[in-house]
Design a protein around this ligand. Structure first.
Ligand code: EAX
Length: 328
C-alpha cells in the first residue's frame, strides 16, 4: 500500500513537473535603455534581470544594453514594437508620440512628492496607461522612476520666469515640455538625449532639465554650472516588452516578467530616492552651484505654466486630468 501511495504521488507529480518545465523555455533576451548601468535605473534593470533569472530557474536570461547602445529612446521603442529588441526602458515622455494620454505625466507641477507619484503610476491611471500600449505592439510591465526634474544651465541660477526667458533649453521630444518652457519665455528645443552633452558643450544650447541622477551620471557638471531645484515635473520610466515576444510566452513566463518587474520597481525607486542626497553633495564638490527657488517663486512658475494644463485638459479630456488629480 505504501508503494502504491508512493507511485500515485509520483504519477501525479511527474506530469505536473513536466508541464511546469515546458512552461518555461530557455531564452536570451535583449534589454536596452538609455542611461548608465550605475544609475538607479540601471541598478533597477539589473534587479529585474536577476529576478527573472531566479524565478525562471536560470532559463530566462536578459542581456542589458545600457547607455543608448541600441539607440535613442524613440529608436529603441520602435525596435521593440518591431520585435528587433525584446525589452526597453525609457522615460515616459517620448511615449506621447504613440499614446497621447501619456502626456498626463508631463503636466507641469502635477506632482508634489514621491508618494503622489507612486499613487499616480501604480493607481488606475498608470495601470490603464500601461494597458494602452498593447495597441502599439508593446506590453507595459511596470514603472520605474527617473525622478523629479530640475533645470541646469550655463548662465545663472533660475528662480523666476525672467531667469528662464531667452534661454535655449533642450527638452525631451514631447509637446507638453515644449509648451511649458515656452510659457516661461524660453527657446525650447526638442532633442534626443544622446545629442545633449555635445550640444551643451558646444554652446548650441544653454540649458536642459533632468533629475539629479541623470545630471550626475552624465557628468553634466562639466558643461553646466547651475542646477536649480525646480522639480517642475516627474518622469516615470516605463519597462516595456515587445508584444510579439509576449504573445509567444506561456502564462507562467508572462507572470514571471510581471512579478519581477513589480518587485524590481520597489527596489529601484528606493535606490533612486536614497541616492539624491549623496548626489547633491557630490555635484557641489564638482563645482556646481545648486539653488532652490522659494515656495513663492515656485508658485509663480507654476502659475505661468497653468495655460499648458488648460490646453492639455482639452486634448486629453478633462476626465483623465481629474482622475489623475483625484488619485494623488
Ligand atoms: O531616460 O531624455 C531625457 O531627458 C531622459 O530623462 C533621460 O534620457 C533618461
Amino acid at each position: 500500500a505504501r508503494l502504491a501511495a508512493a507511485l500515485a504521488v509520483a504519477l501525479i507529480a511527474a506530469p505536473l513537473a513536466g508541464h511546469a518545465a515546458d512552461d518555461i523555455q530557455e531564452r536570451t533576451l535583449k534589454f536596452g535603455y538609455s542611461t548608465f548601468e550605475a544609475h538607479p535605473l540601471g541598478q533597477g534593470a539589473n534587479k529585474f534581470v536577476a529576478l527573472v533569472d531566479e524565478k525562471s530557474g536560470g532559463k530566462i536570461k536578459m542581456k542589458v544594453y545600457p547607455a543608448t547602445q541600441l539607440g535613442s529612446e524613440t529608436q529603441t521603442i520602435s525596435a521593440t514594437q518591431g520585435g528587433v529588441q525584446d525589452i526597453v526602458g525609457t522615460s515616459t515622455a517620448p511615449i506621447v508620440g504613440l499614446v497621447k494620454e501619456y502626456a498626463i505625466f508631463d503636466l507641469p507641477f502635477l506632482l508634489a512628492n514621491e508618494k503622489q507619484a507612486d499613487s499616480l503610476v501604480d493607481g488606475p491611471v498608470g495601470q490603464a496607461l500601461l494597458a494602452k500600449l498593447q495597441d502599439k505592439n508593446l506590453v507595459g510591465l511596470c514603472f520605474f522612476e527617473n525622478g523629479f526634474r530640475n533645470v541646469t544651465n550655463s548662465k545663472h541660477p533660475i528662480n523666476t520666469a525672467e531667469d528662464v526667458s531667452g534661454l535655449k533649453i533642450r527638452v525631451m521630444q514631447n509637446p507638453v515640455y515644449i509648451d511649458a518652457f515656452k510659457m516661461l519665455g524660453a527657446n525650447a528645443v526638442p532633442m534626443p538625449w544622446p545629442e545633449v552633452y555635445t550640444a551643451l558643450e558646444s554652446g548650441a544650447i544653454d540649458a536642459q532639465e533632468n533629475p539629479f541622477g541623470i545630471i550626475y551620471v552624465n557628468k553634466l557638471n562639466e558643461v553646466q554650472k547651475y542646477v536649480s531645484v525646480t522639480k517642475h515635473a516627474y518622469s516615470p520610466w516605463a519597462v516595456m516588452m515587445s508584444k510579439k515576444l509576449w504573445d509567444k510566452l506561456s502564462p507562467t513566463e508572462q507572470k514571471i516578467f510581471m512579478d519581477s518587474c513589480n518587485e524590481a520597481k520597489l527596489y529601484q525607486r528606493q535606490v533612486s530616492r536614497a541616492e539624491d542626497a549623496k548626489i547633491i553633495a557630490e555635484l557641489k564638490a564638482r563645482g556646481m552651484q545648486i539653488n532652490e527657488p522659494t515656495p513663492a517663486q515656485l508658485a509663480e512658475l507654476k502659475a505661468k505654466m497653468q495655460p499648458v494644463i488648460a490646453k492639455y485638459s482639452e486634448t486629453l479630456g478633462a476626465d483623465l486630468v481629474k482622475q489623475a488629480q483625484d488619485s494623488i
